[in-house]
Design a protein around this ligand. Sequence first.
Ligand SMILES: CC(C)(COP(=O)(O)OP(=O)(O)OC[C@H]1O[C@@H](n2cnc3c(N)ncnc32)[C@H](O)[C@@H]1OP(=O)(O)O)[C@@H](O)C(=O)NCCC(=O)NCCS
Length: 216
Amino acid sequence: MKTATRYHLRPMIEADADGAGEIDREAFPTTRPPIPFRYEITSNRLARYLVAVDRKPQQPGENAGRLTRIIKDVRDLMATPAIDDMEMVCGYVAIWLMVDQVHISSIAVRESHRRRGIGELLIIGTIELAHALNENTVTLECRVSNYPAIALYEKYGFSRKGVRPRYYSDNMEDAFIMSTESILTPEYREFFEGRKRAYAERHGELEIELPKSASQ
Ligand SMILES: CC(C)(COP(=O)(O)OP(=O)(O)OC[C@H]1O[C@@H](n2cnc3c(N)ncnc32)[C@H](O)[C@@H]1OP(=O)(O)O)[C@@H](O)C(=O)NCCC(=O)NCCS
């Protein structure tokens, strides 16, 4: 039996808001104001937020986040066990529910954790959610220079549908409008299942927990 992937995907909860906020600021320091995660997850009924969490956080000094280090220090003071049993948020995806489509409004992975399959896990979870909601397509905008992100999206069947000129106000960069074809067709489902199998072979069995219902 294959082992489970180290990273677990689940709906964001309030306790994740600080970790997600750190990742948002690190990834998008100039693009837009910070996402108010706490408000969003409690009040925005048209959005869903998923986080990828690391169940084996690194020890302080190995790129662990400031909060993790502080918690470790407090635990040390209290002579309780180290942080092995704690989760660290290492990526998030913000999803807007629209008519017939879901829109990825933001996605980011902690810089120290990139190139480990977490971005892919977030995209897989988004498409799973879109399937569960019977949505037809998944869309997003992306800086035309963002080659890592474009490669990630193309791996899951997104293609460039157009350009929004000067979309990003910090440097007036254009955005590609990217979208999947219908994700509900047998062809896309087969393609997606193949991608998931390949992911599991490489990174371990997927562990994805979705919001319980579309109204959650
Ligand atoms: C884009 C981002 C989310 C990718 O996350 P990640 O966890 O590093 O990506 P993964 O390890 O899951 O990689 C999955 C695929 O993405 C592509 N990819 C990711 N990083 C890449 C890089 N540096 N160069 C080229 N391709 C890359 C590849 O296709 C990769 O598949 P492969 O491993 O088979 O080559 C991450 O780089 C990030 O947070 N960037 C800053 C925020 C951002 O730009 N978000 C997107 C806004 S539109």
